[in-house]
Design a protein around this ligand. Sequence first.
Ligand code: ADP
Length: 483
Amino acid sequence: MKVLSVASEVFPLIKTGGLADVAGALPIALAPLGIDMRTLLPGYTSVLAKLGTTRIVCEIPDLLGQPATLLFAEHAGLPLYVIDCPEFYDRDGGPYVDTDGKDYIDNWQRFAALSRVASDLANGIDPDWAPDIVHGHDWQAGLAPVYLKYSEVGPHTPSVLTIHNIAFQGQFSAQIFPALDLPLAAYTVDGVEYYSNIGYLKGGLRTAWALTTVSPTYAEEILEPQFGMGLEGLIGERVADLVGIVNGIDDDVWNPETDKHIAATYNGVSLKRRRENRLALIHRFGLIANDGPIFCVVSRLTWQKGIDLIIEAADEIVAHGGKLAVLGSGDPVLEEGMLAAAARHPGSIGVVFGYDEPLSHLMQAGSDVILIPSRFEPCGLTQLYGLRYGCVPVVGKTGGLADTIIDANGAALTAKVATGIQFSPIDRHGLSQALRRTFRLFEDDAAWNALQKAAMKSDVSWQTSASQYANLYKTLINRVAVP
Ligand code: ADP
C-alpha cells in the first residue's frame, strides 16, 4: 500500500515541534507493516541545503502562479518529495515566521501550494509512484483533501487528516479564494468557507475521508467548546470518522543506551550514569549541586503549556529544595517571567532560551522530573521521552498526557505500575499539590526508584500506533473497493 504523508515539517530536516517528530518517525514505523509511505514537504532553504542527491520528478510551470520543480530524495531513511519553489520557500526565517517572528503574509499561498502538489501526486504527476491514500497533517495540509475532493480527475484518492493541535487552524480572508484555483463549489459550508472566511483546517475536517487526532482523550476533548476552539460542532458531525491514535517516539533517536547527545549513556535505571548526566546538566545551567530534585521544562513557552503556572510556582519549587532548568522560547512576557524567577534564585533556576536539540536530550537524561502543566495537550512527546529516560513526568491531566502517564496514586504505587504524577484541575493550586506529592515521593528512594523503573518499562514505541494507522488505511481502501 502506498501512502503520501503531507507535512510542513519533518525531523531530522526541519522541526519546530512534535509534528516533525511524528512525520519523521511514522513512515519508518509503517514500513515493516508493508506500507510504502513517502512524505511531501516544502523545499525551505534549509531543507534543500541538507538534501543530498535529488532527482527531478517533474516541472510544475504554474503552482498557484509560481514556477516550481518537484524533487525526489532520500534522507535519513525517508523517501521524500520536496517542492522547490523559491518564491514560496526560499526565506531566511523559520517555516512559518520571518526572522522577526512574524507570520509570513503569504502563508495561505505557501501551504495551499503544498496541498495542491499532494493532490497532483495522487492524480499521477509522478509516472512512477502514486499514492493509494493521502495523509495530511494539520492546517498546513488541510487543503489536500479539499483539492482531492474537488479534483476533476477521478477516481478520488481517499484522504486522512490528522489534527496535531486544533488551536492552529489556518484562517484567511475570503479574498484569497480566486487564487486557490478551486471551483466555486468549494466556497461553501461543505468546503473551505468558514464564517465568511476561509479555513484550511476546517476545509480538511469537512472533506477528508477519515480524521485522526493524536490521543483518544484529545479526540473526546475536541468535541467540547473548551477544547474544540470553534470547530467542535463540525467535529461532532464527523465523530464517526474520527479516531484518536497516540503518538509513539523514535526509539533510535531517543535511546539512553546509545544517545550521543548525553554525557553518559546508560542501561535501565542506572542511577550512577544518570548522576553523570545530572552533573553535566547542573554545570550547563549554572545550578548549585545538591540532592533536591531537578525539574526540567523543554517546551514552547506559551499559555497552552502552562508556563505561567510554572513561573508562579518557581519560588515554591526552590523553597522545597528543588531546582528548575528551562529550555525553550516563545511568549516574550513568559520569557521575562522566567528570567525574573532565575534572577531571584541564582544557582537554583537556570534558563536557556532558544531551540537546542542536543540539550533537550541531556535534560531528559539528567533531570529528575519533566514538568508539563499543559492546559491542553493533544498528545505531547516530552513526557514520552521522560518515560524512556527515567525522568519522571509531572503532568496536567489532559489529552495525551492523561493517556500516557499512570498517576502515582496509592493503588498504582502499591502495584508498582505508576509512571508519573498527574494533576487536575490544571491551575496554580493543582500544580502546587502535585509538587508537594512529587517532593514527598522523591524523598522516598524506594518509591522513586520504582516510579523510574515502571516509567522506563512503558511502551512508548510506535508499534501499536503504527498498526492502528495501517488498519485505518486498509479500511479506507476497502471502502474504495466496495462501490
Ligand atoms: P508541541 O508540538 O505542542 O510543541 P510536543 O511535546 O508534542 O509539543 O513536541 C515538542 C517537541 O519539540 C519535542 O520533541 C521537544 O523535545 C521539542 N522541543 C520543544 N522545545 C524545544 C527546545 N527549546 N529545544 C529543543 N527541543 C525542543
